[in-house]
Design a protein around this ligand. Sequence first.
Ligand code: HEC
Length: 110
Amino acid sequence: MFAFVALAMIIVQCTGKSSKEKYPISTTPGGPPDPLLVKKLYDNKCAICHGFDGRQQYAGAKDLGASTLSRDLVITQIADGKGTMPPQKDVLGPEQIAALADFVLTLRSK
Ligand code: HEC
């Protein structure tokens, strides 16, 4: 058991910080999302396919500016992924996913 815990700790240390820690969305723990930090999270996790403005359609990605999905469905799709879009539910926390969904909605009709 001790060996297992030690091994798990070594693995965690080698893989470095998780995306949950790497991309905080608030300047105070548990505080309200900071738009600049949410944008940084989007730029790192989503822009490679969707582009910084959401309009790029790399790897079959949809134009987020033209999306008509409800906020709930956006949250579900970010969490579970779809097609080549990778699921984020094991990588990001629910508050990060919700903040990304709110950001995605701001990309519409611009
Ligand atoms: C590897 C490329 C890739 C990455 C990275 C990616 N997506 Fe996607 N995204 C896609 C693809 C492909 C689709 C279309 C899926 C389908 O409908 O078959 C899509 C669709 C979507 C949709 C639905 C649009 C609609 O109206 O159907 C949303 C919302 C979305 N992505 C948000 C995000 C967010 C937020 C992130 C960052 C956490 C992200 N995506 C990261 C490839 C990607």
